[in-house]
Each structure stands twice: as C-alpha cells, then as structure tokens.
Design a protein around this ligand. Structure first.
Ligand code: GLU
Length: 424
C-alpha cells in the first residue's frame, strides 16, 4: 500500500539504490519484524536549505544544503556533514540510512542522520568556509540539537568546522551547547582519540577478520583508496603491525611501491599536497591501475560506488575493509562473495568514528573527560563485541557479514519501532 517516494529515482548502483537492495536482502531474516521494514526505506525527515553567502569578491553565491534524519527510533539522529561538489539529496539520504544501521550495529543509543552542502570547499577561502558553515548551521538549526540530532565531521569537514557549528548553534540558543556536534577540538569539549577513531576501528575489525582468515598481517600487502583521516590512520596502524602499504590513491592520483611505501614520509606530503607529490617514494600510475595492484587487503576509504562489478573481478585482495560509506555496489558485493573475498562492511568497519563521537557526547553531558587509554579500550571492546555478534549471525544463517550486520541492526531498530508503536 505504501506510496513510492517522489523525490528520489535511485538506480541499481546509486547510493540510495545500493542501500535499498541491502535492506531487501535482510528481509528473510527479520521474522515478524519484517512487517515494519518499509520504515527503513524512507527517511523520517529531510530538509533542503538555501545557503547564501557573500564571497570575498563581493558577489553573492547560493549553495544547496541538506540535513536528513533517516530514523530516530533508538535515539537522536547522529551523523556527519559532508562538503563536496557531488553532494545530492539522494546521497545524503543513503548516508543517513547507513548511519541508522551503523549506530544500531554497534548498539549506540542513536538513530541515523546526515548532512551536506554541494560545494567544493577547496575553492573557498577560510572566511568563505566559515560563512557557509555558519549559515548552513543556522538554517538546519530548526532540526538539530544535543537531544535531537548531533552532526559530526565527514568528507572535507573537520574540528574547526565543528567549532563554528557549535558556536553558531550556541549563539542562536543563547548558551554554550557543546553536545550539539561531535568531532570538536579538544578544548571545546572534544574527545581524545576522536580524530583517529575511524581508522582505528578499521584496523581493529580488519585485524580480527585477518586472524579468522588465517592471514598473517606481517608482510600482508595493502592497497588504500582515500588517504584522509580514515585511510591514512588505518594504513599507519596496519604498517605498525608489519603490513606493507603497496598502493595509495587520493584525489591527486595513485602511487604504487611493491616494497611498501614509507608512511612516515608519505603522510606529511599527502596531507599538504596529495600523494602524487611523493614521487620519489614510488611509481605514479593511472588511477584505474590501482585496482590491478597485487594485494591481500583492499581498503576503500574514499567515496561511494568505487568497487564496481569490473573492479571486484580484478582485485587480488582476499579481504576488503570498507573504511568509506557505501564503497561497494550490490553486483560487486555478489562477485566478491562468489570469489571468496571477505568484505567487512562499512556499517561495522568504519563505526569507530561514531563510537568515539558517542563517547564525546557522553563526556560533554557529564562534563567529565576520559583519558585516551580509556577511550581506546572502550572503543576496541565495543567494536570487537559487535563484530563477534555479527560473525555468529553470519555463521548461523550462512550469509555475508553485510547481511548479518543488517540482520543484527535492523532487528534492534524495528524492535524499538514496534515497542514504541505508531503515533497516533
Ligand atoms: N561521518 C562519520 C561516519 O560516517 C562519523 C559520524 C559521527 O561521528 O557522527 O560514520
């Protein structure tokens, strides 16, 4: 009986299309809760805002911004804000839905939300970046708040942007609301360990997956796509464990070194100019060649839709760790499964970031801050418990880790939905 959504036309490989197919695959494992599944196939609320700013040259520019609250059955909305020229409502809907699944998979008391502005922040001055952030925050201020929806960093947003968001929201409500965003700088109610948390979670889940596969991390060859605070941190931790980072791709291009890239030298160069500037450390190759590089572990840590059917056929990896959200299209997922490649899905693999965001939010409310050891011990425990439970579910039903994660998460979400009941 439900009407189709009028404002989105997903294709099979688009982010929302990918998400819908992931939900369809879990339905047989939901039992009587399947009755509620349509809840997951539409956002609870989606806000589109105009973000006008005066540019440095005196012209007035308008940008389109979004905040989508996909589901709040288990708690306030939670999820990052992305600044990127390709951001669309459909993409933000999918990203918000993946947050719903992710927070439930690691059992945080949150729903899922996401925001974004369609803009290339690299083309903005610092002053323009501050203006666009503040105006966007003010526009979405009618639906965010420490108890309703808590933004955080995502692609191209960082602690400084969170500080401006916190300040703008606080000015508008007439107080200092540190709990309205997470990923803030340390002296503004930020948490130790937050910046590295997503990469750390990728490492913790990846190390456990490798152990279960019988793969020795010492000497394991790793290819990393995306070298921001997810890809570079995960790469560092795997290198410390003895692995070789044989290929890295970022927005500037691809660098390959079959003996292993020297990360201590690569990371500072990559942070400033991009990986291609580290010419002396490896060979610069065409971007498509990244997928042919012989490797044991592949870490997509950039954007959605990167592992296509063709690339899934090509990769020599035995293990894929999804640091990015939605990097694998459904057809590629099937090919990887048929080829015996284990995929640790985004909704558990990259959940370390939102987990430490949760710690930050709890610390803000209690005004009591933990040391980094406590953060990391708790993070590792939450990630390992969640992964073990998902693995048991996958073994029990003989399904992929992705469908098992959805089974665990969707049961929690839809149980909450059912217990709360429909209003009115
Ligand atoms: N943007 C991150 C993610 O995709 C973190 C979200 C958060 O901390 O709320 O999981």
């Amino acid at each position: 009986m439900s009407e189709k959504l009028s404002f989105v036309s997903p294709t099979a490989n688009s982010p929302w299309g990918t998400y819908l197919s992931q939900v369809d695959r879990v339905v047989p494992y939901l039992g009587p809760l399947a009755r509620w599944v349509e809840t997951l196939k539409r956002p609870k609320r989606a806000l589109i805002v105009d973000v006008p700013i005066e540019m440095d040259d005196g012209t007035i520019a308008h940008f389109e911004g979004y905040r989508v609250q996909h589901n709040m059955s288990r708690g306030p909305g939670k999820g990052g804000v992305r600044f990127h020229p390709d951001v669309t409502l459909e993409e933000v809907m999918a990203l918000s839905a993946w947050m719903t699944i992710k927070t439930a998979a690691v059992n945080l008391p949150y729903g899922g939300a996401k925001g974004g502005i369609r803009v290339d922040p690299k083309k903005l001055s610092l002053q323009e970046l501050e203006k666009i952030t503040r105006r966007y925050t003010s526009e979405i201020g009618i639906i965010i708040g420490p108890h309703t929806d808590i933004p955080a960093p995502d692609v191209n947003t960082n602690g400084q942007i969170m500080a401006w968001m916190m300040d703008t929201y606080s000015m508008n409500v007439g107080g200092t609301a540190t709990g309205v965003v997470t990923g803030k700088p340390l002296h503004l109610g930020g948490s130790l360990g937050r910046v590295k948390a997503t990469g750390r979670g990728v490492f913790v889940t990846g190390r456990e997956a490798a152990r279960r596969l019988g793969m020795d991390l010492r000497g394991a060859r790793i290819a990393v796509q995306g070298f921001g605070n997810v890809g570079s941190v995960a790469a560092e931790l795997f290198a410390e464990a003895g692995a070789k980072i044989v290929a890295v791709q970022d927005h500037t291009g691809t660098i390959v070194n079959t003996n292993g890239l020297d990360l201590a030298q690569l990371i500072p160069v990559a942070n400033k100019e991009g990986v291609v500037a580290f010419k002396s450390g490896g060979d610069i190759v065409p971007n498509e060649d990244f997928w042919n590089v012989a490797c044991d572990i592949l870490i997509p840590a950039a954007l959605e839709g990167q592992i296509t059917a063709e690339r899934a056929q090509k990769t020599t990896a035995k293990l894929v760790l999804e640091g990015a959200n939605g990097p694998t299209v459904p057809q590629a997922d099937d090919i990887l499964a048929e080829r015996g490649v284990l995929v640790v899905p985004d909704v558990i693999c990259n959940a370390g970031g939102v987990t430490v965001s949760y710690f930050e939010w709890v610390q803000d409310f209690s005004s009591f801050f933990w040391d980094e050891d406590e953060i990391n011990v708790r993070l590792d425990r939450i990630m390992m418990n969640a992964l073990n439970q998902i693995w048991d579910t996958a073994d029990k039903h003989k399904i992929t880790l992705r469908t098992a994660t959805y089974a665990v998460a969707c049961e929690r979400i839809l149980m909450a939905r059912q217990e709360r009941g429909l209003y009115p």
